[in-house]
Design a protein around this ligand. Structure first.
Ligand code: PNW
Length: 455
C-alpha cells in the first residue's frame, strides 16, 4: 500500500555533539561529564572515547554536503554546552559560539533547517562537581546557557529543543549508572528528572525571551507491555510506564506528576515548579526505538538486552524482559514498527485536545555494517526498519494524529555511548581509522523517499 506524506512533512536526520564532533580540547571547550566518564577504565566498550569521534568539528562542511545530497528538510544537532560555557556558567566562549554560527550558516546555505538541541548529555564537568542534575542550580544554569545561544542564533535556527531524553539521563546516568555521570541512586534518582524538567521549562522561557520560536523537546517514549496477563505483571508494567513515560510527559503537557509515589520522591518545591515546567510548547518530540516488556522481578531468566551488564539497584518492583517473536537489530533491540503507532495513539488518547503537534525526533537501528568488496554497504535491514516505521507513522497520521516530521537517527555512524564505536546507527558508514564516509544503501533509499514524498 502506498503511504503519502503531506507537502510540509519534515524529513530529517539527527546527531548529538559528543557523539560526532571530537575536538574535545579545541577552541576553549571545557571538559564534560562524558570526557570524565569515558576516561574511567571499564565504562565504555573497548575503552572508546569521543575524543575524535567523526571529527565533525573539522569536517562539518563535508557532512552538510552529504545532507544536502540526501535532500533532508532539517538537521537535528546538539550544541555542546562546554564549548559555549567551559565551566557551565559565566560569559560565553566566543570561539565555541562561532562554530555553531558557521554550522547554521552552512545548513541554511544548503537549504536545510537547523534544529538545535541544547542539552544532549554533555554537562560541563564543573556543574557536575557542584551537584549536577541532583541540584536546582543546574536548571538555572541551563536557562542562562539558553539565553546566550538563543540571542546568537534566534534568527536562524528553525526548531529548538532544550533537552534530549531526560528519562535516559535519569535512568542510565543516575539510577543504574551505565551512562555519565555513573550514579547508582535507584529511586533516589527521581529529583534528577525534576531538575531537568525545571531546566527545560526555564530554558523554554529564556529562548522565547531571546526571540526564538518553534520550541519543543526530544523525549524518549516506549509502549510498555506486561510480560503476561497476570495482575502482578500488569502492576509491574504500570509502575514502569509511570516512571519512564508519564513522569516526563505529564508535567510538561498537564502540569502535574502522575502519581503519589513520584510526587513524594520529588523536591518540596515541585508543586510551584510545575507551572514553569508546563510552559506551553509549539510541538512535542518523541524518540522511539522499541517497546519495553516488563514483568515482576526474579521470575524469569531472560533479562532485556537493553540492561545487559547493568548493576540494578535492589528492590526494584519490576524487571525488563527480552522481547521475542520479532526481528532484532545487531544491538539486539526488537524491531516493532507498530510500537510507534501504539505510543503515538497512547499520547493522543492521554492528552487529547491539549496535545501539541508531534515530531518523531529520533528513530533508528544499529547493524554492524561493513563496506563490501564492491565499495557499497548493503544495509537492507536498515531500509526495512525505516520503511516499517514510516508506514506505521503514516498509519498514525491516517488515524488523525498530527505528526509533522521524522528524524532518522543518525546521518552517520558515531560514538554510541557505553557501546563505543561497536554500534552503527548511520545512513552513512564511517571508517573511524580514516574518517572516510561511505553512504550506505539506506542513504540512497531515504534520498529517493524524500524526493518522492511517498513510500
Ligand atoms: C538515544 N534505551 O538514546 C539517544 O538520544 C542517542 O544519543 C542514541 O545514540 C540513540 O538513542 C541510540 O541509542 C537511547 O535503552 C538510549 O531504550 C537508550 C535507550 C533508548 C535511547
Amino acid at each position: 500500500m502506498a503511504a503519502q506524506f503531506g507537502p510540509d512533512f519534515v524529513f530529517g536526520v539527527a546527531t548529538a555533539s559528543y557523539q560526532i564532533e571530537g575536538a574535545v580540547r579545541a577552541d576553549g571547550r571545557g571538559p564534560s561529564i562524558w570526557d570524565t566518564f569515558t576516561a574511567q577504565p571499564g565504562k565504555i566498550k573497548n575503552g572508546d572515547t569521543g575524543d575524535v569521534a567523526c571529527d565533525h568539528y573539522h569536517r562539518y562542511r563535508e557532512d552538510v554536503a552529504l545532507m544536502a545530497e540526501l535532500g533532508v528538510d532539517a538537521y537535528r544537532f546538539s550544541i555542546a554546552w562546554p564549548r559555549i560555557q567551559p565551566t557551565g556558567s559565566g560569559p560565553a566562549n566566543p570561539a565555541g559560539l562561532d562554530f555553531y554560527d558557521r554550522l547554521v550558516d552552512e545548513l541554511l546555505g544548503a537549504g536545510i533547517t537547523p534544529a538545535a538541541t541544547l542539552y544532549h548529555w554533555d554537562l560541563p564537568q564543573a556543574l557536575q562537581d557542584a551537584g549536577g542534575w541532583t541540584v536546582r542550580d543546574t536548571a538555572e544554569r541551563l536557562a542562562d546557557y539558553a539565553t546566550i545561544v538563543g540571542e546568537r542564533l534566534a534568527d536562524r535556527v528553525g526548531m529548538w529543543m532544550p533537552l534530549n531524553e531526560p528519562v535516559v539521563v535519569t535512568m542510565f546516568g543516575h539510577a543504574i549508572g551505565g551512562h555519565a555521570p555513573g550514579e547508582t541512586l535507584g529511586f533516589g534518582a527521581l529529583p534528577v528528572a525534576h531538575y531537568q524538567l525545571l531546566g527545560h521549562g526555564l530554558a523554554v522561557q529564556a529562548l522565547r525571551a531571546a526571540g526564538c520560536g518553534n520550541i519543543g523537546i526530544a523525549s524518549n517514549h516506549s509502549p510498555i507491555w506486561p510480560a503476561s496477563d497476570s495482575p502482578a505483571d500488569k502492576e509491574a508494567a504500570d509502575i514502569f510506564d509511570t516512571l519512564t513515560n508519564w513522569t516526563f510527559a505529564d508535567p510538561i503537557l498537564r502540569g502535574e506528576y502522575p502519581d503519589e509515589l513520584i510526587t513524594m520522591a520529588m523536591p518540596d518545591t515541585a508543586a510551584d515548579d510545575l507551572k514553569v515546567i508546563s510552559t506551553p510548547l509549539d510541538w512535542f518530540g518523541v524518540n522511539y526505538y522499541q517497546p519495553t516488556l516488563v514483568g515482576t522481578p526474579g521470575s524469569s531468566t531472560a533479562a532485556s538486552p537493553v540492561l545487559e551488564g547493568a548493576v540494578l539497584p535492589p528492590d526494584m518492583p519490576f524487571e525488563l524482559r527480552e522481547i521475542t517473536g520479532y526481528p532484532t537489530t545487531d544491538f539486539r533491540w526488537a524491531v516493532v514498527p507498530d510500537g510507534l503507532r501504539e505510543i503515538l495513539t497512547t499520547f493522543q488518547n492521554r492528552y487529547g485536545e491539549t496535545l501539541p503537534p508531534l515530531y518523531i525526533t529520533e528513530s533508528g537501528c544499529s547493524y554492524h555494517d561493513t563496506v563490501g568488496p564492491d565499495g557499497a554497504v548493503h544495509d537492507q535491514p536498515r531500509i526495512d526498519y525505516h520503511e516499517g516505521h514510516l508506514r506505521a507513522l503514516a498509519a498514525a497520521i491516517e488515524d488523525g494524529i498530527d505528526v509533522r516530521g521524522y528524524f532518522a537517527w543518525s546521518i552517520m555512524d558515531n560514538f554510541e555511548w557505553a557501546e563505543g564505536y561497536t554500534e552503527r546507527f548511520g545512513l552513512v558508514h564511517v571508517d573511524f581509522a580514516t574518517q572516510k564516509r561511505t553512504p550506505k544503501n539506506s542513504f540512497r533509499w531515504y534520498r529517493n523517499l524524500i524526493a518522492a514524498n511517498r513510500l
